[in-house]
Design a protein around this ligand. Structure first.
Ligand code: ACO
Length: 450
């Protein structure tokens, strides 16, 4: 049994702070921030907006997109490093706000990799048959943890939340749901957004299926066949010709590098009532940068090797939005592998890295320039003519929204996923890789069929 995403949502605070606003607060400039990070603005929670309210906004949007009720959720997880309170958990607050009375709720903290870890956890429960329907949310109010006097960090972060409904796709259930489809269906595909999906799902992919085409609208549903709790709803994917779902993941944690990104609890006795810099987010930006550009391509490659995935077939690499230059670095490193330009070199580098202790890797990274990027570039130049797709097409595989959002930690991947979904860029059967990295340090990548 595999879980499949059948609805997404996101919620960003109303207030937007552009770079000029920050340059009035610290010694920086719009030009510096754009050049070094790609960020033009970020959304900042104000007034009544909290981590919980943003999570609730994203959750409601995801449920509407999935066309299911809150009562149908069995498992509700929130990935966050910036809860409004230690307990009750953010997930329990969300449960109460949306009426997900049947859900088991807990929070998960894996910093910017949080959404990936939450997705893995949901998939593990679903594959064991323990739960069928999970709502996973990445929600952050990082402005609460930001030192607004520290120009090296405050320019990077923003607030927001993203969510996804993940539902069991059971092949046997597909068949029975297909049979029932059109009679019991309370969900339908209508509206502009839904038409796109019903074309792709019920039409092209599902062959003869007429699922949800009777116009009995329940939201912009791409999920839900019979609409009853605990039923065999398979996210609108009933039908013989539907592409099989698949999910695979690799994650790693490197506690030895934990000091590169820290935020000490203000609730520790030592810091009670003290507004010390340690109690805000602190970061060794260069170390995190190098870590990300080295480890994210490596973990994507590890996943591809382990699961026999042809990276050329992956439509989108949905990466954590921490810095546009990091995304560019990862994109450049992976190009030979994705486009089959120079098989082997990154693979070899990755295998060498696996055999080295972490501290040694770090020391060597400090000394050496990033030769793999140069090497990849050289290969790229030599073989440019053979590239099967234009640079623009290749870049489009790595969508970016950091210009608008800044780094929203565990919310960044689901916010981007929701944007792709709402823009109609995701069709059933599309292959995706999601990858994140962050405090811990931690990193990981997940492969899925949309
Ligand atoms: N405006 C102007 N100048 C600045 C600013 C600023 N906002 N910040 C730093 N500088 C200065 C520095 O003081 C330094 O000046 P100096 O040369 O006189 O000493 C100069 O700019 C260069 O500083 P660097 O730190 O080398 O700048 P760099 O190009 O590395 O960019 C940045 C810094 C943007 C933080 C980058 O290192 C980065 O993006 N790192 C990764 C951050 C990240 O991805 N974090 C994700 C984890 S978040 C999480 O997990 C919760």
């Amino acid at each position: 049994m595999t879980g499949r995403i059948c609805g997404t949502g996101s919620c960003l605070p109303k207030e937007v702070w552009d770079n000029d606003r920050l340059s009035q607060m610290v010694d920086t400039s719009d030009e510096w921030i754009r050049e070094r990070t790609g960020i033009r603005q970020r959304h900042i929670a104000t007034g009544e907006e909290t981590t919980v309210s943003l999570a609730v906004g994203a959750a409601r949007a995801a449920l509407e997109d999935a066309g299911i009720s809150a009562e149908e959720i069995d498992l509700l997880m929130v990935a966050t490093v910036s809860p409004d309170e230690f307990f009750p958990t953010t997930s329990c607050r969300v449960q109460d706000a949306i009426g997900a009375v049947n859900a088991t709720c807990f929070d998960l903290n894996a910093a910017c990799t949080g959404f990936i870890f939450a997705l893995n956890t949901a998939q593990a429960y679903i594959s064991q048959g323990i739960y069928r329907t999970a709502l996973i949310i990445g929600a952050e109010r990082l402005s609460n943890l930001t030192n607004w006097e520290d120009r090296t960090t405050c320019i990077l972060f923003g607030d927001g939340a993203g969510a996804a409904v993940v539902r069991a796709q059971d092949e046997a259930a597909d068949a029975s749901a297909d049979a029932a489809c059109g009679s019991n269906s309370k969900s339908a595909f209508d509206g502009e957004n839904a038409r796109e999906r019903s074309d792709g799902v019920a039409g092209e992919r599902n062959g003869n299926s007429t699922c949800g085409m009777d116009g009995t609208r329940v939201g912009n549903s791409i999920c839900g066949v019979d609409g009853t709790r605990g039923g065999n709803s398979t996210c609108g994917m009933a039908g013989a010709n539907v592409s099989p779902g698949r999910y695979a993941q690799v994650t790693h944690s490197v506690g030895a590098k934990g000091d590169a990104l820290t935020c000490v609890s203000r609730n520790q006795a030592k810091y009670a009532g003290v507004d010390a810099p340690e109690t805000y987010l602190q970061m060794d930006g260069r170390a995190v940068f190098k870590f990300a550009v080295s480890k994210v391509p490596a973990v994507i490659l590890e996943l591809a090797e382990k699961e026999k995935i042809d990276l050329a077939e992956v439509k989108y690499f949905v990466l954590h939005q921490a810095n546009e230059r990091i995304i560019q670095g990862i994109r450049k490193k992976l190009k030979p592998e994705i486009l089959h330009l120079a098989e082997g070199h990154l693979r070899e580098e990755h295998l060498r890295e696996k055999d080295r202790p972490e501290n040694q890797t770090e020391q060597e990274d400090e000394k050496k320039p990033d030769v793999s990027v140069n090497k990849a570039q050289a290969q790229e130049n030599v073989r440019e003519e053979k590239t099967p797709e234009s640079e623009e097409e290749y870049e489009a595989r790595f969508p970016v929204n950091i210009h608008d959002t800044g780094n929203t930690s565990s919310a960044s991947i689901p916010i981007l996923l929701d944007q792709l979904n709402k823009e109609g860029k995701l069709q059933r059967g599309d292959k995706l890789i999601l990858a994140g990295f962050g405090a811990g340090l931690s990193y990981g990548a997940s492969y899925m069929v949309w």
